[in-house]
Write a protein that binds this ligand. Sequence first.
Ligand SMILES: [Zn+2]
Length: 509
Amino acid sequence: MKNFRQIIVLLAVSIKLAAQPQTANYQYKIDLINIRADKILVTFTPPQNNLKEGKYIIPRMVPGYYDAMDFGQYISDFKAVDDKGRPIEVKKLDVNTWMVADLKNAAEISYLVSDGWEHLTQQTGGAKSPASMFKKDSLFIINYNSLVGYFDEITTAGYDITVKKNPEFYPSSALKYIPKNDTIDVTSAKDYRNLVDSPVFYCVPDTTWLRVGNTNVLVSFYSGKHKSFSKNLAAKLETILTNQQAYLGGKLPVNEYAFLIYHEEIPRGLMGDGLEHSNSTVCLYASQTLDELPNALKGLASHEFFHILTPLNIHSEEILEFNFLDPVLSKHLWLYEGMTEYATIHMPVKQRMTTLVEFTKVIEGKIRGMEPFDNTLSMTEMSTTAIKRQDQYLNFYQKGALIGLCLDIRLRELSKGKIGTQDLMQKLMKKFGPEKAFNDEDLFDEITAMTFPEIRQFFKYYIEQGEPLPLKESLQKAGLDFDQTLKVITVIDKPSKSQLSLRKAWVNQ
Ligand SMILES: [Zn+2]
């Protein structure tokens, strides 16, 4: 908090109105050069309209992150003027919404945005991958949900964005940015969802391109101290992606993908968080040195990339028609987060990147990981109430992954080894896809129809109700013994023929 009053006076003088032609798109200008006390000036012209008033919304929530973040709290000095520069009345309704009177005559709307990078973590327990960061001389991490909004009355319009930037900075994003000159880039998105789905890093680039199958992959890295590390990370990612490709049946489901990776130094430990998007992911790491980073990528980047299956390609209507202010949450976080985490831990053993014994250690970790949570809760109910149940939310990565494991083994058992969760996800992706949602209520019946009648009971007991997971029984079928008291898994010395063949189908070992 610096001298706030002075900033506003300066701003009022410095806004120059250019007569903008009215168009069907939102026309935004974002100024990354003239930063005012860590705040960015955003100005825009709304799409042509005949509205008496309009409710402007900055997201309270974003897809993929299951807690309220109220990005409106970082917006200040919101104002609107007509084409003669005369003020138009604006009323702040609540933390994330503003009512603009006489919207049809609003020629320019402007506000200041502070990044909330440090502040947001107090609210989210450390997670900041959906947030933005402005470091004038080094890096801008832009998640458009913190800078750009939409009118409730104009939700289908496209976005044209003009970014004014330092000539040495270049954008890394899944969206195409076209340079107009060395300080101006333009980009566009087909709608608000598409814009928010495409974060960007602006900095002196450290980038490496990869080609995995038919997919072009951009690896963009930023760290305050180390200037060229993207190559090392790209080498690691190439191994992961090549194996993910094989795990997904030989083809990655996207043609282009960008990893936007940020690292900061902390005295000890390793922290990371990430947020998945259709064609990119933001991965944030903090550690003492970069040494741990390539290995840490294995878990986080792999998890975020596997989200390409779900929720990005397999999702319910609640996610397809996401409401940024007051979303109705789907019942199926067990699928979106649980199955994604299961694929992340299962892929390395299935692809023989790790041994069966190492895999059992990972499973033990998940079993211990779910202990602090209330495992009698219904996973579907927890999913729809995730915002209120932040104390239980992280269990989707622990118990959720173990549900995936038990489901995988059950499917292998019922199909005599022929199908597992890998095949199930492919089937679901074929039936649904990015533009075709499933009905939240019907998913369990859909999967049952695609697989075996017995699977309906599995969903009923272990996901809809909170019955204890059949871990011992499931692992036993694959020739593994689970000591429930010691929480230790051992490989059975002389497994039966059926145990061996199920294990072979399940983990290829
Ligand atoms: Zn996830």
